[in-house]
Design a protein around this ligand. Sequence first.
Ligand SMILES: [Zn+2]
Length: 240
Amino acid sequence: MLIATGLAVAALLSAPALSASPFPLTPPTMIVTVAVAPAISPSLVARAMEEAGDIWRAAGFMLMWDRQPVATNVNAAPGLITRPSALHVTIGDERGTPGKDPHVMPLGWIIFEAESPQQEVYLSHANAMMLLQASEGVVGRVSTLTITERETLLGRAMGRALAHEIGHYLLASKTHTATGVMQAKRGAAELFSRSRQGFQLQADQRRLIAARMNPTSPVARAGRVRLDDASLERKGREGR
Ligand SMILES: [Zn+2]
């Protein structure tokens, strides 16, 4: 996730056009439990979840949100994750680890053990705020935004970052693509834009995830074994 001012404003002003789900029946669904630090506005959290959910619904997948009581330490409630398909998201003010460029702070990250994603995503409200404040060339003067305007912008950026991290989880891969939701670095204009242009899933990604989410498929069985293998050491995290 690129934090920089003076980015070209490729603002796409069209309203978000959600294509109809390519799956006419109940789409594959993943339960996502969400724990939020107490200081973060519930309405902002709702916007971020809606944004991420819309991105994945447009790709044919449903995210079913399960809001947890306030809990900043995911390890404090290990019983919450009861199914292999559940992912746990914590929204708080941790800053994460900068990438090679110290000016690039991650909006979100997911832990990988060896090459397997763990069921924990972190979404950084603090870094989203920092990005917003560094993006006046794109969003205008931040101090004059209403609360609703500010939360709308933050919710888009946080929701798009969350959709990206969910992509790492569902694809079980750290791989980034040149375009689409799995693109690694983003400018403020894309993250804050009303349009979700550029945050779509590619067809091959959709097929792979659909196979992984089908419990009878060999891909899903293999994926579950890897995801549940707790004997591996923790080796770093993947940020965007
Ligand atoms: Zn990434």
